[in-house]
Design a protein around this ligand. Sequence first.
Ligand SMILES: NC(=O)c1ccc[n+]([C@@H]2O[C@H](COP(=O)([O-])OP(=O)(O)OC[C@H]3O[C@@H](n4cnc5c(N)ncnc54)[C@H](OP(=O)(O)O)[C@@H]3O)[C@@H](O)[C@H]2O)c1
Length: 255
Amino acid sequence: MINELFDLTGQTALITGGGTGLGRQFAITLAEAGATVVLSARRVDKLEATAVEIQQSGGKAHCCAMDVTDSDSIANAFDQASQHGTVTVLVNNAGLSTYPMLIDASEETWDKAQDTNLKGAWMVAKEAATRMIKNEVGGSIINISSALGTAIQKGTGPYATSKAGLLHLTKGMAVEWARYGIRVNAIAPGYFATDLANEFLESEPGKAMVKRIPQRRLGEHENLSGAILLLATEAGAYMTGTTITVDGGHSIATI
Ligand SMILES: NC(=O)c1ccc[n+]([C@@H]2O[C@H](COP(=O)([O-])OP(=O)(O)OC[C@H]3O[C@@H](n4cnc5c(N)ncnc54)[C@H](OP(=O)(O)O)[C@@H]3O)[C@@H](O)[C@H]2O)c1
């Protein structure tokens, strides 16, 4: 019974940004649960390296190039992914970070954060949901937001705003798509060592910040596996429009 609840055999899961960092971990976890995983991002070499790693562990993994800021590229990637079945699990994980103070941020920096982290997530989810609805398969969409989607830290304004928007987008899509059997939820990670976060984490303010996390450590990538499995599988069947925070207590400890 417990194993069945968390089983993804026969499901196809597409993970954006699936070649590196947290996306790589999500792909490994979903493949271990039995899903055929399709990894998508711009750097195909990174995708292929992760796909090979999953295949060598006995999982089913494929790659397709996708730029989440380009609707044609998104449609092409989903066409390729459909060779492996209709995508029934989408992890909207692609993202970028920026660190300007709001008084210094350029329009270009602002637009880049919103276009990738927020508009990109909406466009990819829209493509996935359109196909889930057409094929009457339902599905689970998981948006990777951030603890900064509800809290704020100086110098993260454009990024934090995009991640806050993603939480509201999650609720909007959950309400509109529930009737089609599509669940939409979010994960809000705290700090994890990845290419995206390392510049800040290796700075003096970054090192000082880690000491203020109640668990006094960064997250291990594997610490996200429980949340992604719960939201992707039947175990989370009555969950939609919600957010799971995985941050070692960081966002409740602002004092
Ligand atoms: N690490 C943390 O502490 C932390 C905390 C909270 C939330 N997050 C979120 O977790 C997600 C993954 O980040 P990460 O920390 O694992 O960093 P990462 O390794 O840099 O992953 C980001 C991924 O997004 C992909 N990406 C960026 N722009 C893209 C685009 N236009 N089209 C397609 N893919 C694109 C990148 O691949 P390509 O460059 O090859 O396209 C890369 O694989 C992000 O949404 C991030 O905001 C991370």
